[in-house]
Design a protein around this ligand. Structure first.
Ligand code: AMP
Length: 180
């Protein structure tokens, strides 16, 4: 099948993302992007699609959420000719960090960024693989805003619309390529 047309490209991505039932827990359908990455065109399609959307929007930094947001964020930042900032789990970043915690169904998670990673007034695009409850991306948005950055948009390859993650993201602009 040709993957040159945008509609065909999205259809191609849908086909190459593996759906794994009952991972990591019974009842969860896990969208496995490793099969997108191992496809010869998958990462190219995602990168070109997002670069097309954000080129010319004066974005200063791409923030990639560990780990899969960094995989998609790195080639996108290169393509846009701008810098990449990792948002990582606690204890991974070596310099001075800022942290945001957010609630999970059971317990909580935290995400960190280097305190000097975003400059005041910088226009930031946040990238992750998937929006589920939106908690991770809401925390990453707060980190960017605490450093004085502006979240221009939050982009993800996949969105689980039935979890209504958008409601947690406080009206910040969101773009997703594939919705379930
Ligand atoms: P959340 O904070 O609930 O939006 O969860 C977002 C993170 O959890 C994303 O970065 C995904 O990598 C991962 N995640 C959550 N649910 C799934 C799922 N059903 N399939 C694959 N990844 C998921």
């Amino acid at each position: 099948m040709s993957v040159t047309q945008p509609a065909n490209q999205i259809e191609h991505l849908r086909r190459i993302i593996r759906e794994v039932p009952d991972f990591p827990r019974p009842g969860i359908l896990f969208y496995d992007i490793t099969t997108l990455l191992s496809d010869p065109t998958g990462l190219r399609i995602v990168t070109d699609h997002l670069a097309e959307r954000y080129r010319g929007q004066q974005i200063d930094k791409v923030v990639g959420i560990e780990t899969r947001g960094l995989i998609f964020g790195a080639p996108l930042a290169m393509e846009l000719g701008i810098g990449l900032v990792p948002a990582r789990k606690p204890g991974k970043l070596p310099f001075q960090t800022i942290t945001e915690s957010y609630d999970l169904e059971y317990g909580s998670n935290s995400i960190c960024m280097h305190a000097d990673a975003i400059g005041k007034g910088e226009r930031v695009l946040i990238v992750d693989d998937l929006i589920a409850t939106g908690g991770t991306l809401a925390a990453a948005s707060k980190l960017v805003e605490r450093l004085g950055g502006e979240v221009v948009e939050i982009a993800a390859v996949l969105e689980l619309t039935f979890l209504n993650g958008r409601s947690r993201l406080g009206g910040r602009p969101i773009y997703t390529m594939i919705q379930y």
